[in-house]
Design a protein around this ligand. Structure first.
Ligand SMILES: NC(=O)c1ccc[n+]([C@@H]2O[C@H](COP(=O)([O-])OP(=O)(O)OC[C@H]3O[C@@H](n4cnc5c(N)ncnc54)[C@H](O)[C@@H]3O)[C@@H](O)[C@H]2O)c1
Length: 467
């Protein structure tokens, strides 16, 4: 889509009222920024100016991330690492025989001609590979959650700071236009004072519950199991712990680390928050009895403290893997004057302001008093409050939709490569990534230890020692 028509389309997607009009100037500025970036993606880049990338962890997200990264002009895939031979063979089928394939990611990090790596392994390897890559001078795009354990966070941040390299965490929601516009709307007072956020992922399928299709040749000969469990107590090859690793705490981070983290990323961006200070979770493994040691239904409550950027508010999170609500997800910001609901790369706001008058009659004590007293009370009330004061104040809904050709995944990689090329700050650096991940990992601790976890979101430290 050409610049001006795309911009026009973008503005047309804004509908509604005073808020939309009030926000029009900043919307224009934002649309321009976005359009410039899209124009930048399509510029010609000389072969000498290419960013050479490699992907470590070539599973579902490794392929998705690689394909998205290659949509950004000026990127070239030169190597991949994975621990299952079938996925290395697939990489050659898709990207050609010239790319290097290896089980040992360090062979990739040793190459001087590679500028950036995408890390899309199972969660337990994120911190280790990120630190190794930064030490070797690579820029890093690491999938969420940034770390497998809270104790790994500071190490990754320090390695990143020391390296002076670009690092972006892969919760692409941070780059969603809907999320960024929702931040603007809430800041402009569209829902009054925020008090509560309610967010969920509901699923109703084996694939949704992480029982992915296994390869027919899965065995200790095709999977480098020994390398996979490096640093752990030795245990025999187990295909489920390799291909369905999310279901095991030793390898994944359960529904909290995997899915709460997407929700918290959106919430932290929209409220410009550093995160909660009190975290509690409960759950159960109620349907997918496949040997997993993490819950398949989980509820979390997080309390965000008052800061200069936002009032105190509560976050209620839900993941339900056997939900009659089918496959759905959502986040609602509930304020004193309305509700903002995220909808894909957009949002809608239902405005509703309390009436000025407190109300009288109906479900009230009025009718329990003597008739004469009721009449006097009603007369005094109607004298004090006008008709307008007695009505709830509503406005038409406000709706925002990103342009059809907007894609948060491409945008997220766009930010990353822009950072690699021009040293510009990315939208989701390791400090942001850790602040989104740690409370989710703390939710797991809460569930497994049956206690409230206290977190210091500013200094990024647990306030209580975890036993
Ligand atoms: N941002 C998103 O929307 C999104 C979506 C899905 C997954 N993810 C994240 O992406 C990551 C990968 O998830 P997935 O669904 O692709 O898993 P997957 O099981 O499909 O793939 C993981 C791959 O990592 C490889 N691997 C593991 N340890 C390795 C190591 N030490 N060296 C090299 N390769 C190694 C495995 O061989 C496997 O092929 C996870 O951290 C997940 O949370 C993010």
């Amino acid at each position: 889509m050409k610049g001006s028509s795309s911009r026009r389309h973008f503005i047309q997607q804004m509908s509604g009222t005073a808020l939309a009009l009030a926000a029009a100037n900043s919307t224009l500025a934002f649309a321009d920024q976005w359009q410039n970036r899209v124009d930048g993606y399509s510029r010609k880049i000389s072969p000498n100016d290419k960013i050479r990338i490699a992907t470590i962890g070539m599973g579902i997200m490794g392929y998705n991330d690689t394909n998205t990264a290659l949509k950004i002009p000026g990127t070239e895939l030169v190597a991949v690492a994975d621990l299952y031979t079938g996925r290395l063979a697939r990489a050659k089928e898709l990207y050609g025989n010239n790319i290097q394939v290896t089980a040992d990611y360090k062979e990739i990090l040793n190459r001087k001609d590679i500028d950036a790596v995408i890390i899309a392994t199972a969660d337990l390897w994120h911190a280790r590979i990120s630190i190794d890559a930064l030490k070797e001078g690579k820029a890093v795009y690491c999938e969420k959650p940034m770390v497998h354990e809270i104790s790994e966070g500071q190490g990754v941040i320090e390695a990143w700071e020391k390296s002076n390299k670009t690092m972006q965490i892969g919760s692409q929601r941070a780059s969603s236009l809907g999320v960024l516009k929702a931040r603007e709307a809430i800041k402009n007072g569209a829902i009054g004072q925020l008090a509560m956020v309610v967010a969920n992922f509901d699923r109703q399928s084996a694939l949704g519950a992480w029982e992915y299709t296994m390869p027919t040749d899965a065995s200790a000969a095709t999977v480098d199991w020994k390398r996979y469990i490096t640093g752990m107590k030795d245990e025999p090859y187990d295909p489920k712990k390799f291909f369905w690793w999310r279901n095991y705490r030793a390898f994944g981070t359960g529904v909290a680390g995997d899915l709460f983290v997407h929700l918290l990323t959106g919430i932290n961006v929209i409220t410009n928050s550093k995160g909660p200070e009190k975290i509690y979770a409960s759950g159960q493994t109620c349907y997918w009895q496949d040997g997993r040691d993490v819950p398949d239904v989980m509820a979390g409550v997080m309390q965000y403290p008052k800061t200069a950027d936002h009032p105190e508010f509560q976050v209620m999170l839900r993941v339900d893997f056997i939900s009659g609500n089918s496959e759905s997800e959502g986040t609602q910001f509930i304020g004193s004057e309305g509700v903002l609901t995220l909808e894909g790369d957009g949002y809608s706001i239902r405005h509703h302001k309390m009436s000025k008058a407190p109300g009288i009659g109906g479900w009230d004590a009025l009718e329990t008093y003597p008739k004469k007293m009721q009449d006097e009370l009603l007369k005094a009330y109607n004298q004090k409050w006008s008709d307008a004061d007695q009505k709830d104040q509503t406005e038409p809904d406000t709706v925002f939709r990103a342009p059809d050709d907007f894609n948060a995944d491409v945008e997220h990689f766009g930010h990353f490569f822009e950072g690699v090329r021009n040293r510009t700050p990315v939208i989701e650096d390791p400090v942001f990534g850790f602040r989104a991940a740690a409370p989710c990992l703390a939710a797991n601790e809460s569930y497994f230890q049956n206690k409230i976890i206290r977190w210091d979101p500013v200094n990024m430290k647990l306030a209580d020692k975890l036993l």
